[in-house]
Design a protein around this ligand. Structure first.
Ligand code: ADP
Length: 404
């Protein structure tokens, strides 16, 4: 522990979970990492790893994000004096930068206001991201000028108009900022950089499609190192089928629910964000472990997985058209992309006409924390690459702190 220095505390507040880590971005070592899950449910579960050892705790009452961050700071970090002594900054994942924030920034009152201004663009995320920020500002006043916000939307600043504009009256964009902003950018950018290293290609010459498949799921088309399209839109609701989010739907469904079924806008929002996707289709679960286990036995699981893959393969096929005549690789990442060979196999089998051929053995072997190639030699290369949003946020945080 003598060698500890320049540690960054990373907080990633999700809609119903908080991920955290303490790491040294220089040597990429993660000293502490963990997850608080099942916020707002009767029991919350906290698991963490510290210096290679695993710990867990169940909290037998319902807790919110502030409780979770307080627990992490007061019960886990407080006693780790070596870590606390060497903390030089705090990196926060913030989902939406809105129209005003284009890249990672040191947090001050103006930035807090901008994060609030973007609440309606990421209603499940920005408010809880801000709770994380406010809690660390209270708890670590000495580091108050070293809190950095890293935005999921930053990677999409160079989207061309053709992909970021919706075909609705132009003034909704000009006057109200309604456009595609994308999300998950930190992860897409991280695996894209990894791909450029694996392929030994300069980043600005990279033509790839990246699929981040987790509870939230999105896909990005990257051409000459620039993201030219992505599936999440004004908010993270658009695009692929997700754990509890619907992804793409005909907007008229909302009118139907409102006018014919007399549901309020808030009720409809709840249905589309929290009760749809894999959970809505199956009526059972949003956890992919259930679907993987039951795909061959349970009609609901089969249907849900097939719809998930159908949507994904359509996006991949569409994004190939944005590749300027060359695709260097297709990338799978995120909890599902990294761990579920079934998804990769079904999706790629739909794309054989376009030149994708999966290697079944390789596909089955690349799971549980492994990265690697899963395609045959005469296919477009398809890789599974482990994402590490916490490391990406820590690297970005250090860079911003050092700039000052
Ligand atoms: P997020 O960061 O969006 O919360 P993750 O990237 O952690 O999501 O992915 C969560 C999803 O990945 C869940 O559906 C979970 O069931 C699935 N998942 C994670 N590990 C496995 C595994 N070993 N086998 C099957 N599914 C898994």
């Amino acid at each position: 522990m003598k060698t500890l220095k320049n540690l960054i505390f990373v907080l990633n507040c999700g809609s119903s979970s908080v991920k955290f880590a303490v790491l040294d971005p220089d040597n990429k070592k993660k000293y502490l990492s963990g997850l608080v899950e099942c916020l707002f449910l009767p029991k919350a579960y906290i698991t963490w790893q510290y210096l290679g050892l695993k710990y867990n705790k169940t909290i037998n009452v319902s807790i919110n994000h502030k409780d979770a961050v307080n627990f992490i700071i007061d019960q886990i970090l407080l006693e780790k004096k070596d870590i606390l002594k060497n903390l030089i900054g705090i990196g926060h994942r913030v989902v939406h930068g809105g129209a005003k924030i284009k890249k990672s920034v040191l947090i001050d009152n103006k930035i807090i206001q901008y994060i609030q201004d973007a609440f309606s663009f990421a209603p499940l995320h920005n408010p809880v991201n801000l709770i994380g920020i406010q809690t660390t500002l209270e708890k670590y006043p000495k580091l108050s000028k070293k809190n950095v916000a890293v935005f999921d939307t930053s990677f999409y600043q160079n989207l061309p108009e053709t992909s970021f504009l919706y075909a609705i009256p132009y003034n909704f964009y000009k006057e109200h900022g309604i456009r595609r902003y994308g999300a998950h950018g930190t992860s897409h950018f991280y695996v894209a950089r990894k791909t450029s290293i694996i392929l030994n290609k300069p980043f600005d010459n990279l033509n790839i499609i990246t699929c981040h498949l987790g509870n939230g799921a999105s896909i990005s088309a990257i051409c000459n190192g620039i993201c030219v399209d992505t599936s999440m839109g004004l908010t993270p609701l658009e695009g692929l089928v997700m754990g509890t989010r619907s992804g793409d739907i005909d907007p008229s469904i909302i009118f139907f629910m409102n006018k014919k079924l007399h549901m309020s806008v808030d009720e409809i929002e709840l249905i589309l964000t929290k009760k749809s996707g894999l959970l809505g289709l199956s009526g059972i679960s949003s956890d992919f472990r259930y679907f993987e286990k039951n795909y061959n036995f349970d009609k609901k699981a089969t249907r849900s997985v097939d719809i998930f893959c159908h949507r994904l393969s359509k996006y991949i096929a569409a994004y190939i058209t944005l590749m300027e005549n060359r695709l260097d690789a297709l990338i799978f990442t995120g909890g599902i992309g990294e761990n579920v060979p079934l998804i990769r196999e079904i999706t790629l089998s739909k794309l054989s006409l376009l030149g994708f051929k999966i290697d079944t053995e390789l596909n089955l072997s690349v799971i549980k924390g492994k990265s690697g190639l899963i395609s045959k030699s005469d296919s477009y290369p398809v890789f599974v690459i482990l994402t590490d949003e916490e490391l990406a946020i820590a690297e970005e945080t250090l860079q911003i702190i050092n700039k000052k």
